[in-house]
Design a protein around this ligand. Structure first.
Ligand code: SF4
Ligand code: SF4
Length: 399
């Protein structure tokens, strides 16, 4: 398929090369472009073949009114016009609409937008991995939460999920499709994460996204799942060690965009280099912390637009308004951009412009997305003698 629209045509190879050069020569990730949705999370279906208890999208059945492929291609054209550079397909389970994934991936590649996808891996065999690779998919995120197959299967609610995820990882690596393992960091798997990393290293995985749990969607009742700041402090030390040894590069998604920069800052102080892995290139060079509505938006299967997949506040629908109108004119987006309007501790904080707290976690906790973030990282950073002001890049909250 080649549906390139004049004026949009980009070259994904050129973009990837530029990112690689920025990383290698300047030690910097993506160049930030003010008020541009450089990263879009696009949930293409709400249908899922698993029923994970923490699912922020509360995925089960397809919405009756999901966007057609034609509507989705049109949405991608609008993203290209707005300056989107990275598009993450998610769901639900996007491979339940495999045809759409392949069409949209190919279209993204034509437009110079980097396509990636989050999948549970159940439907991802060698043939599908090959098709994704041929369509131009750069990377696939596959979840593994426990080192123990039995515990992983219990958590995901379906026997065999662990081995299918592992097979999916192997299939992708076989066809040279980049793999990012996504792990929900919770109280229940906290002690297993080091063992899991050891297992992933043996598999050949080099990129890991740890999720800080936000109680939203189906997970809103899981009050005891989220790690305390004390546990995050310990976990960041473990991540630091694994990253300093060069095995992995880590992002920390879902409410903690400053943690990857915090780890890198510690590496710089100790004169070790962050390893040369794919995710390193996807840090965004901007002192902004929460990037919802600044560099990030989330398009839902029915055309609704959220500021971030974890901040589920409807800012408009692309069937009624253009993405341009929603991005620039929606009230929700404009409130989020004005940090003078933050309340509570975040409102009075000297770091509100370079952190902003996690608006999704504030919303989940208080019902007010401009309230304070209950997991403020300031004390942790100060204890570690790493000032918040030293963090120059944020990690994408992949979702
Ligand atoms: S609201 Fe901000 S900090 Fe929270 S998950 Fe979304 S982008 Fe990340
Ligand atoms: S109070 Fe904490 S979470 Fe809020 S902006 Fe300041 S440092 Fe960030």
């Amino acid at each position: 398929m080649n549906l390139c629209v004049e004026g949009h045509v980009g070259d994904i190879r050129l973009k990837l090369f530029e990112m690689l050069i920025r990383q290698k020569l300047l030690d910097k990730g993506l160049k930030a472009k003010t008020l541009t949705p450089q990263i879009v999370s696009f949930a293409i279906t709400s249908a899922c073949n698993l029923k994970c208890p923490h699912c922020h999208a509360n995925a089960k059945k397809a919405f009756a009114s999901e966007l057609t492929i034609k509507e989705m291609l049109n949405a991608i054209n609008q993203m290209a016009d707005l300056g989107t550079e990275v598009l993450i397909f998610s769901g639900g389970e996007p491979l339940l609409r495999k045809n759409a994934v392949l069409n949209l991936t190919e279209y993204c590649s034509d437009l110079g937008i980097i396509p990636a996808m989050l999948t549970n891996g159940v439907l991802l065999n060698y043939k599908t991995a090959m098709e994704l690779k041929d369509a131009g998919m750069l990377a696939v995120g596959i979840p593994l939460d426990f080192a123990s197959p039995q515990r992983h299967d219990e958590f995901r609610g379906l026997p065999g999920t662990f081995s299918r995820a592992v097979n999916a990882i192997k299939a992708c690596l076989n066809v040279d499709l980049k793999v990012v393992v996504t792990t929900m960091a919770m109280n229940s798997n906290f002690e297993e994460i080091s063992k899991l990393l050891h297992f992933l290293a043996k598999l050949g995985v080099e990129n890991v996204v740890l999720y800080d749990f936000i109680a939203t969607g189906r997970g809103r009742e899981l009050f005891n799942a989220a790690l305390s700041m004390e546990k995050w402090s310990k976990l960041l030390h473990r991540i630091y060690t694994a990253q300093a040894e060069g095995d992995f590069f880590f992002l920390v998604s879902g409410g903690s965009p400053l943690y990857p920069g915090f780890i890198m800052e510690k590496q710089r102080k100790n004169e070790t280099q962050p390893p040369d892995k794919l995710l390193r290139q996807f840090m965004v060079h901007s002192k902004v912390g929460c990037h919802a509505a600044l560099y990030y938006l989330s398009l839902r299967p029915n055309g609704d637009v959220y500021p971030c997949p974890f901040l589920q506040i409807n800012a408009g629908n692309i069937r009624e308004n253009s993405l341009f109108e929603i991005w620039y004119r929606s009230e929700v987006f404009n409130i989020l951009r004005n940090r003078k309007l933050l309340r509570g501790k975040c409102g009075g904080c000297e770091y509100r412009e370079i952190c902003g707290g996690c608006r999704a976690r504030a919303y989940a906790k208080t019902g007010d997305f401009m309230e304070h973030d209950p997991n403020c990282p300031l004390e942790l950073f100060e204890t570690e003698e790493t000032p918040l002001s030293a963090i120059e890049e944020f990690g994408i909250c992949v979702g």
